[in-house]
Structure formats: structure tokens, C-alpha cells
Design a protein around this ligand. Sequence first.
Ligand code: ADE
Ligand code: ZN
Length: 330
Amino acid sequence: MTDSHSSAYHRFAALPKAHLHVHLEAAMREETMRQWCAEDGVDAPPLVEFPDFTGFLDAYGLLISLLRTPERVERLLDEVVADAAAQGVVALEFASIPEKSAAFDSAEDALEFILRAAAEAGQRHGVWTGAIVSIDRGAGPDHARAAARLAARFADHGVVAVGLVADERDNPVACAAEAFGIARAAGLGVVPHSGELAGPEEVRSAIELGASRIQHGVRAIEDPRVLRLLAESRVCLDVCPSSNVVLDVAPSLRDHPLPELLTAGVRCSIGADDPLLFGVDVVDEYVLAHERMGIAEARLADCARTSIEFSFAPADLKRDALARIDDWVG
Ligand code: ADE
Ligand code: ZN
């Protein structure tokens, strides 16, 4: 994490942005997580260092298991949205798997509660919120269909898209084709994780399946044809550099493909993915992109513009945020 008192942190916190790639449970504050672990008598999960992708998913699962009461879910949403406001986030699209919530009798109850708590927190802290219902790609076709139908029922009540998470090496994006169709028919966006652990062919598949945005997608860099396809399409990548380094998708920040993706004309937003697990918030990611990856402020302002343009936020909020980004550039 960069120094939150540094002038660079303040500068990028003042840049209006949408945060389009963040998993709700893993945006938990560290002190909250430690308090709940102590109350439940469980060991805190490892942070930032994981033996492998499965070890990372286990840590993520532990965070989900802490959310075993509605009060905890409500506190989580309040803190996540308050933190987003402090990070200059005007639109927050958070991903969640309601089916995994132990605090409620059904996924429907969980989602209804999450949406209400998010909307109330958004009002309190001045942040627009939209929910992405994640499909666990390892949980089979019945789960995928059920998650998409659930998302569709709440299409006009705070759900903006369906996502697709977990290990894409076992389950390519096509495993959710039917679920994506259900979501699209309900007017929802489709924002799968693709081109993270698997290669550029998965980015191409996601585009062909009608993705509105792709979470990660950075391995498109390995195939110039997929890069061109992305640059010519109306699909943006929601890129999370620190996540990619921690999970061995990229060797280091210095060698991360974000600068090259931008040079190739690919639209990219910047996100933090799992802030608690990777030790960065979305402002840190902008600071690291500037200081460690050499991306100029003007280009990072373009990433912020992309985040606003590709968000599902209302048009008046987007107009206002884009004007404020122009002011930030000066
Ligand atoms: N779930 C949470 N973070 C994820 C990631 N980076 N890749 C796949 N699934 C995830
Ligand atoms: Zn993610």
C-alpha cells in the first residue's frame, strides 16, 4: 500500500473515478476483519502472499464466512462505501456472490439486503452504487443459471451486471454462455473475469459472448489480433495491476502490460480487485501506475474517464464526473 498521506495519494484521491472491479467481501477493512476473526475464534487469512491461486481463493472464502449476520453485512457495506467516497470514487460497482452468504436463508434475501444496505450507504456517503452478481465458474450450470435469473429479478433495483469469477483454467468463459443470455435479455451488463489465468483466446471468447467489460483481460497482450479486436470494440478492460502481480499473472509492476494496452488503444479502467488481500486500494493503484509503471497523469485521467464512461451509472452523474475530471487535469 502506498502512503495514504503522500501528496501523490491525495492528488489521485481527488481524481473523480468509477471503481468497476472490486469484490465486496475482500474490500473489508483490515481492523474489521481482525475484530470478526477474534470474535469468531478463527485465524485471520494470509494477506498479500498466497501459495497459489487456490490459496488466494481460500483466503477470499474465509472473508465470506465472516459475513454470517446481517449486521456484519450492513457494517461492511457502510465501511466499503465510506472508503470509496474518501478515494474519490463517485460510482462503485461491487461484485458479490449472494448465494454464498451465510447471514440469510436464501440468495434472494441476501441480495435484497445487500442492495438496500448499499443504497443507504451510498446516500450517506455520496456514492452511486451498482451490484454485480458474480457467477462462480466452478459451481456448475445450475448455479450459473440461478445466479443470472436472480440478477435479472433485481435488474431495476440496483443490480447492473453479472460477473464470472474463480479459476478460468478449469472453466472457460463459454461455460456461462446461457447465463449471460439470461442477463442480457434482462438488460444487464456482462462483465466476466477473462484473460487473467487463461490466455488471449478467453478474451476473444468473452467479446464474442457479448461482454460489456472484461475484468482483467490483460493477457490479450499476448495476441496482437485480440489486442486489435479489443481496441476496435466497445469493450473495456477493468485492470488491477497489483492483483496481477500477487497472483503471478504479471511478473512485476514494471513489466505489467497496462502501458502497452493503453498504447494499443485498448480502453482500460483501473481497479483494486480484492483490496484487503492485495494490500492496495484503488487510489494506490493509480499512484503505482504513475510512479512505478511510468504512466503519465494525462493517461491516468483517461483511465478515469473510461471508468466513468463504461460504468452503468446514470447519465447525469457521468456528465458531472467527466467535467470534474477535466478540471482535475487543469
Ligand atoms: N474472485 C475474486 N478475485 C478474483 C480474481 N482476481 N480472479 C478470479 N476470481 C476472483
Ligand atoms: Zn476480480
